[in-house]
Write a protein that binds this ligand. Structure first.
Ligand SMILES: [Zn+2]
Length: 414
């Protein structure tokens, strides 16, 4: 049981308040702070803070003794590595339009780019590792995102209302085949349009959105969708990603709601703060809405064009504890909330094996069966390894909230 010291990632789309406030630092922070990484990703691992003052990389600790740290089952299943990466994400501006490859595509892509001699730190490199990257975001504030293709009927309704003459022939593509094949044809057409056509079409869509919003008042159907397309077109004029945004589910999460993004699902986080749990991978294929490297042919290879409503979850609550189950084996997310009558309730911390606990509100006391205990204040986080058994947690002096990340293959509490 050791406190963690976690790296802050300063991407331009980050917030100057959320992560600094969480950690009790002055706001606004001098730089935008986009993500706090809690884990053992080789690109930026957390450090363990030992009580005798030593500060050691979690990545090095795991490499030195994976069986003690992860437990035998997890160490074997995940080749001695921590299977998940836990984050606090704070988006002030939209992130790129992206999807993550499935495991087979990731392994093939990684081998191919190695063979082509593209270095890991090359900006053109798509595949940084051999892992897929399912991800789950749970909102801390109201959180906005685009995720997965909308059912074609809804999209045809939206495109019909917009009535952009420049898009008429494209809309017919989807109307003639209102399924995943039609979505594939339409998306592939839009994302590969020559720039001179995009420079004409994106402003036409922008004007149609303005007209439709003016006509319909604030409560009109697709209001949030239209405002999002407008915002994206202002930030990325002439970007094919603006057209793609017309095809995606527009999602608003309330605090505590979570959104799962599986292999090949097209998505873009728009704004808000959340905790995010994902497989320990950095494989991203971008389609637009970014100054970073975009690789459309590779994106088209891995995309899932099956339309469905965005998988928003409220989790399964049992007293203080809420669990968020997904199909991902690498991780499971849990939320522990003490408020009102549950204040001070002592509960067993779910699951075993490698775990990371993050305090997002109030203070909580974490006690292990060995007799060791530690108080975790807002913004602090803790590493628990396989030797920390019979762990109990309770809020200290009023309401508190913890998030817990565990290995998804563990079944001790199922
Ligand atoms: Zn993503």
């Amino acid at each position: 049981m050791e406190l963690l010291d976690n790296p802050v990632r300063r991407y331009a789309w980050g917030s100057r308040t959320v992560i600094a406030e969480l950690q009790g630092r002055p706001v606004p922070s001098p730089h935008p702070e986009a993500e706090l990484w809690l884990g053992a990703h080789p690109g930026d691992p957390s450090c363990l803070l030992f009580s005798d003052g030593r500060r050691i990389s979690l990545l090095d600790e795991l490499a030195a003794d994976p069986v003690t740290r992860l437990g035998e089952a997890s160490a074997r299943r995940w080749n001695g590595q921590l299977p998940f990466l836990f984050k606090v994400l704070a988006a002030n501006e939209p992130l790129s339009l992206q999807a993550h490859p499935g495991a087979a595509d990731a392994a093939a892509g990684f081998a191919r780019e190695n063979a082509e001699g593209i270095r890991l730190d090359d900006a053109r490199r798509n595949y940084k590792d051999v892992n897929h990257k399912p991800e789950l975001i749970c909102a801390l504030t109201e959180f906005h995102a685009l995720c997965g293709f909308r059912e074609p009927e809804g999209t045809l309704e939206l495109l019909g209302a917009l009535a952009v003459p420049e898009l008429a022939a494209h809309v017919d593509l989807l109307a003639g085949q209102p399924d995943h094949g039609g979505l594939r044809a339409l998306f592939s057409t839009w994302i590969t349009l020559p720039q001179r056509l995009l420079d004409h079409m994106v402003p036409a869509v922008q004007r149609a959105c303005v007209d439709l919003l003016r006509k319909g008042g604030p409560d009109r159907a697709f209001g949030a969708e239209l405002r999002t397309v407008l915002e994206l077109s202002e930030q990325y004029p002439g970007d094919a990603g603006v057209l793609a945004a017309l095809l995606l589910n527009r999602v608003t999460l309330a605090p505590g709601e979570a959104l799962y993004t599986g292999d090949g699902v097209l998505h873009a986080h728009l704004s808000g703060a959340g905790v995010e749990l994902m497989a320990n991978s950095d494989n991203v294929l971008r389609g637009g809405l970014t100054p970073k490297h975009v690789d459309v042919p590779e994106l088209l290879k891995v995309l899932d064009f099956e339309a469905c409503p965005a998988p928003v979850m409220t989790g399964t609550a049992d007293g203080v504890i809420t669990r968020y189950d997904t199909v991902a084996e690498e991780f499971r997310l849990w939320r522990l909330d003490w408020s009102g009558p549950t204040n001070g309730d002592v509960v067993p911390l779910p699951d075993s094996g490698p775990r990371i606990v993050l305090c997002t509100a109030g203070s909580a006391k974490v006690s292990a069966g060995s007799g060791r205990s530690m108080t975790l204040d807002r913004g602090e986080s803790l590493w628990l390894d396989a030797t920390d058994v019979a762990v109990k947690v309770a809020s200290v002096d009023g309401p508190a909230q913890l998030f817990l990340a565990t290995d998804g293959t563990r079944t001790s509490d199922r």
